[in-house]
Write a protein that binds this ligand. Structure first.
Ligand code: ADP
Ligand code: MG
Length: 569
């Protein structure tokens, strides 16, 4: 291994040479307090920056073992250190020339605590992966600046962000313990017959539609209604009290602008753990809860939507329904069936993003448009069967129709951002004003048919390149020549998840594509492998920017690939 002094000398030597000469610095260097590995060197100052990693031994970093002794603690500590590194690196980063010159960057986590490939820790050492924008003026190397960044700034960043002695032990402890408690709470939900839990005092609204930090002004903290209160005795935090959402069907009603969607959004993201101070760190949802919405325009590959939709015009099949431009109702039906196909145990829906004709069909309309002229069986006639036949709960925001009073086990009214238990009242009203609707749902929900994908149809090649993946935000994934629209997949929070999902699609194709597995079987294998061996199995080279995703989001990307083909049963 070469030394820091040798790298220093090399960088000086490269000064004012053409940018490509930077390629020579690839390799491993022994710095005093860590080992620097330059994995991949960028080709020009505007290209994706140079990827590096640093390994610091525990003899120097000195993290107490109890901070990473369990899986949830380890993930939390890695998350904490990723945040530290990103923040300190940002302070040191400066503009040092053309393009990305001067950049030192770690992955920038959002409010969720996720497993990522940015930091690893065990009792031997800590590994951090990050990017450096090697400095240049035009295309000529600024060697002196590069030397300053790598040999002077970087050691300081590492010391400030990744040595236990430089950090606030109380904050780290809180981070780790909060995540451990959240994970524990999630594991308790099932035993208590709950789908979700929101602690009293939680702050649900966000700063703005584009800023996920907690709202700070004029916030009404969450307070559970008396009848729905539950308590837990958490391992670290002790007693926590809040509202439990029981399994079955929960209806959220209330006037416009009273906080219904905000409540549901918090529940949706409760499948992840949150950083202390987020306000939603004690909002805990069943890890298999899936938000579904209508998504007109999406493509659909041979999905059996017949539980909801039958007898389409022109005799189109709804048992193998295909579309490259789905309607509101067919897309929502598809989103539900696809979630069930891979094991969703709860559905989350909001009237704001639902197709009205999928959700309700009242008595008057039933009389005007007779059942044999209406392909859709509305969700209100299927929601109970979904729970009875498949054990799948629903939490539904619906302020615009009382038709769901008949089927809901719990009705919560949001009033001035506070929940009230109005179940008894809603049931009384339902009895008094009998609904004259005809039930259209039949006896059973219907079968959910597994699908076997044609692996060849999952293709990320573009031109001469066998794999092209482009990730800009959480709403879209460039996959070969295709653009996968993920705007309707609302439980994605970080771009690093999208990148990992793209690699997950390719991994599944390569490894299991020829085995005739259903999507569900394939996902189980992929997710089990990731759980056992980590996200690194998805990539050929160590990558700094992969983050944990659920099976539901991986399959959502596959399902939205417009080239996807399903094999004949
Ligand atoms: P609804 O779905 O009932 O129409 P929203 O959930 O969209 O209402 O909330 C309306 C507005 O109120 C949003 O701007 C949201 O940020 C804000 N809000 C929601 N909950 C709270 C709260 N607990 N305290 C303060 N403001 C809130
Ligand atoms: Mg709303």
């Amino acid at each position: 291994m070469k030394t820091q002094a040798e790298l220093s000398a090399l960088l000086f030597e490269l000064d004012s040479r053409g940018y490509k000469a930077y390629k020579q610095i690839k390799g491993e260097y022994d710095f005093e307090e860590f080992t620097l590995i330059i994995d991949y060197v960028q080709g020009d100052p505007f290209a994706a920056p140079t990827q590096c990693s640093a390994i610091i031994t525990q003899a120097i970093a000195k993290f107490p073992e109890e901070l990473y002794s369990t899986l949830s603690r380890e993930i939390a500590l890695r998350d904490y250190l990723s945040r530290q590194f990103a923040q300190v690196a940002r302070e040191f980063s400066g503009f040092r020339g053309t393009g990305k010159s001067g950049l030192i960057q770690g992955i920038e986590p959002v409010q969720e605590v996720l497993e990522r490939t940015s930091v690893f820790i065990d009792d031997q050492d800590i590994e951090v992966r990050f990017w450096v924008g090697l400095p240049a003026k035009g295309r000529s190397i600024l060697g002196r600046q590069a030397e300053e960044m790598i040999c002077y700034d970087l050691p300081q960043i590492i010391k400030k962000a990744l040595f236990y002695a430089s950090l606030d032990p109380e904050l780290i402890k809180k981070h780790v313990e909060t995540v451990e408690d959240a994970e524990w709470l999630r594991s308790e939900l099932e035993k208590r017959g709950l789908v979700s839990f929101i602690a009293n005092g939680s702050i649900l609204p966000r700063c703005s539609g584009i800023d996920p930090r907690p709202l700070t002004e004029n916030v009404v903290p969450f307070q559970a209604p008396a009848g729905l209160e539950v308590s837990f005795d958490c391992p670290n935090h002790g007693k926590i009290t809040g509202m439990g959402f029981s399994k079955g069907i929960t209806l959220i009603v209330g006037g416009g602008y009273h906080g219904k969607s905000t409540l549901l959004k918090a529940v949706e993201l409760g499948v992840y753990n949150h950083v202390p101070g987020d306000g939603r760190e004690w909002v805990i949802t069943d890890a298999n809860a899936v938000k579904v919405r209508s998504e007109d325009g999406r493509s659909i590959a041979s999905v059996d939507i017949s539980p909801f939709i039958n007898h389409l015009p022109q005799g189109q099949s709804t048992q193998r329904f295909c579309s490259n431009n789905a309607s509101g109702s067919t897309s929502q039906a598809t989103n539900i069936i696809e979630a069930l196909e891979v094991g969703a145990t709860a559905l989350l829906m909001d009237e704001d993003t639902s197709a009205t004709n999928f959700m309700i069909r009242d008595r008057r309309m039933q009389q005007l448009i007779h059942k044999d002229k209406e392909p859709i069986t509305p969700f209100v006639d299927k929601v109970q069967q979904l729970y009875k036949d498949h054990g799948v709960s629903t939490i539904l925001v619906m302020g615009g129709s009382g038709d769901y009073f008949d089927v809901a086990g719990t009705v919560i009214a949001m009033e001035n951002f506070q929940p009230h238990d109005v179940t008894a009242e809603a049931q009384k009203i339902a009895k008094k004003h009998k609904n004259q609707r005809l039930l259209e749902g039949g006896e059973l929900f219907g079968d959910v048919t597994p699908r076997v994908p044609d692996a060849e149809s999952i293709d990320a090649s573009r031109g001469k390149r066998s794999v092209t993946i482009k990730v800009r935000d959480t709403d879209a994934l460039g996959f070969g020549t295709e653009d996968i629209d993920l705007g309707g997949v609302e439980q994605l929070v970080e771009t690093a998840q999208i990148r990992a999902i793209a690699l997950g699609m390719l991994y599944g194709k390569e490894k299991y594509g020829d085995q005739n597995l259903s999507l569900g079987e394939m996902l189980t294998k992929i997710m089990d492998e990731i759980e056992a061996e980590g996200l690194d199995i998805l990539s050929e080279y160590p990558q700094a920017d992969l983050a944990y995703f659920r099976r539901f989001e991986l399959v959502a990307a596959i399902n939205r690939l417009r080239t996807l083909k399903i094999k004949e049963a």
